[in-house]
Structures are given as structure tokens and as C-alpha cells.
Design a protein around this ligand. Structure first.
Ligand code: SF4
Length: 259
């Protein structure tokens, strides 16, 4: 049974939610438009290539919004995810930028801690996320006034309060245009609009990250049970959506990344 067959059920207020999402994205594209010709938009979508982010990327293209799209290619993604990235880059009118970790940092980390370091301790798992996700994320967001994510309140207890517009970080605004959407809404939209999606969703992977840290879930398991499943619930965020000041790019990291 495909993810569409299993999940596509629009909620009663779906049409209203879609209008709200489109209005939010349209206004944001205007609010954070480039200040001068030739400049990049000051707003960008953090696209994990998961179902929610594919919906937002689709809307950015359908509404022809001046919002950039970026993907963190951690070097640990599934072949299915990489193939979807290729298709997104080919089919998206909005430019899709790919940010990778600093190669020397990943080589050094694997040499000193091993390729399975993420299973050894939470500290090592977070160190891996820092090198492969957080540092490239800081580069992707450098100079941006706002970013867009596919966070939804329903995804986990930790995300139950996600606002549509998050201004908690003084550096940049975070927009969560699907905050109110249900999983059924997401798949209803995908089915209605034939949005491209990761085939791993058809194999019971609702939330897809790096291959070593993602597994399929069983019926009745929590939405994010397949992510870092060996850890306690409280520790299960990679840092991308944790309020922190760690998204600032140091001069040292800028030099390493451009080396
Ligand atoms: S999700 Fe896993 S493989 Fe990916 S960066 Fe984090 S620890 Fe490393």
C-alpha cells in the first residue's frame, strides 16, 4: 500500500489551511525580496526532501515565488533521497542549492571516532550532526533574513507549539507554513497535485533523514520513532530546529568551507 493510499485524508478545514499557507508564503516572498537587482532572495526553504518540504517546494514553484531552496547533502543520505534531489534540481524553477559538510572535517571525525560513532553516545551523534548538518546549515542561512521549514505541530510533542511565524531567534525569522497541517493533509495535497516524493515513504518511513539514523516504523509507532531510535525521546532533534545561537557562521568555518 502506498503512502498516498495509507495517508491521504484531507481534514475538514484543509482548503482554509491551504489558503493560509499560500498567503503566508506569498507575503514572505515580498517581505524578503532581494534589495537590489542580481541579489539572491533573503528567504530560503530548508528542504529535507521529506513529504512536507516537497509540498512547500511545489508551492514555491506553482506560485512562482522568489524564495530559494536549499538541501543539506550530509554524505549519508539514502540512494532514493539522492535520486529525488536530482529530480528536484531538474524540475524546480526556483534555484536549488546543495550544501555539503567540510570534507576534511568528516574524514577526521570518521578516522578518530569510527563510521558508526553516532550509535556510541549522544555526544558523538550530536558531533556528527554538527559536522554534517549544523555547520552546512549555518552556511546556507548566512545572510538570510528568514527561512521556511516544513515543521508541523502534529509531528512530535516537542513540536506541538510550532507557530506559523517564529520570531524567537533575533537573527532571522522562521516560517512554518504547514504548522497546522495534518499528515493526512500533506498526503492529500501530494495526491491531488501529483507532487514528486521519496519512495521510502511507501516503505513506512514517515520521517527521512540520514541512512544510518533512519529506520522504517511499525503500525502504531510514533511519527518520529524511526529517527535516532536508540536514544531517549528528549534528545531526538539534530539541532536544526532547536533554539540556539549555533547557527552563526564563524570566520574559521567560512574559510574551511571555501577551502
Ligand atoms: S543524522 Fe546521523 S549520520 Fe546524519 S549527521 Fe546526524 S548523526 Fe550523522
Amino acid at each position: 500500500m502506498s503512502a498516498i493510499d495509507l495517508n491521504a485524508r484531507a481534514s475538514a478545514t484543509f482548503a482554509e489551511k491551504l489558503r493560509e499557507t499560500e498567503a503566508l508564503l506569498t507575503q514572505a516572498a515580498l517581505d524578503y525580496a532581494p534589495r537590489s537587482a542580481g541579489e539572491e532572495p533573503r528567504i530560503t526553504l530548508a528542504c529535507s526532501l521529506g513529504a512536507e518540504d516537497m509540498v512547500i517546494a511545489y508551492l514555491i514553484n506553482r506560485l512562482q515565488l522568489n524564495i530559494g531552496i536549499f538541501v543539506l547533502e550530509t554524505g549519508q543520505l539514502h540512494a532514493e533521497t539522492l535520486a529525488l534531489l536530482d529530480r528536484l534540481q531538474s524540475n524546480s524553477h526556483a534555484p536549488v542549492q546543495v550544501f555539503k559538510p567540510v570534507e576534511a572535517a568528516t574524514i577526521q571525525f570518521v578516522a578518530s571516532e569510527g563510521k558508526d560513532a553516532m550509535y556510541k553516545s549522544i555526544a558523538l551523534r550530536k558531533a556528527c550532526c554538527q559536522i554534517r548538518k549544523m555547520e552546512p546549515l549555518a552556511r546556507a542561512l548566512d545572510g538570510k533574513a528568514a527561512w521556511v521549514t516544513g515543521l508541523r505541530r502534529e509531528q512530535s510533542g516537542a513540536r506541538a507549539e510550532v507557530p506559523l511565524i517564529d520570531t524567537a531567534d533575533a537573527t532571522r525569522v522562521k516560517l512554518n507554513p504547514l504548522a497546522n497541517w495534518t499528515w493526512g493533509d500533506v498526503w492529500h495535497f501530494i495526491a491531488e497535485n501529483k507532487v514528486d516524493y521519496n519512495p521510502l515513504h511507501d516503505q513506512f518511513y514517515p520521517s527521512i533523514g540520514c541512512a544510518p539514523c533512519t529506520r522504517a516504523i511499525s503500525l502504531g509507532e510514533d511519527f518520529r520513532a524511526g529517527r535516532w531510535w536508540w536514544e531517549d525521546e528528549a534528545a531526538k532533534e539534530c539541532g536544526l530546529h532547536v533554539k540556539s545561537s549555533s547557527l552563526h557562521l564563524t570566520e574559521e568555518n567560512k574559510q574551511k568551507a571555501s577551502a
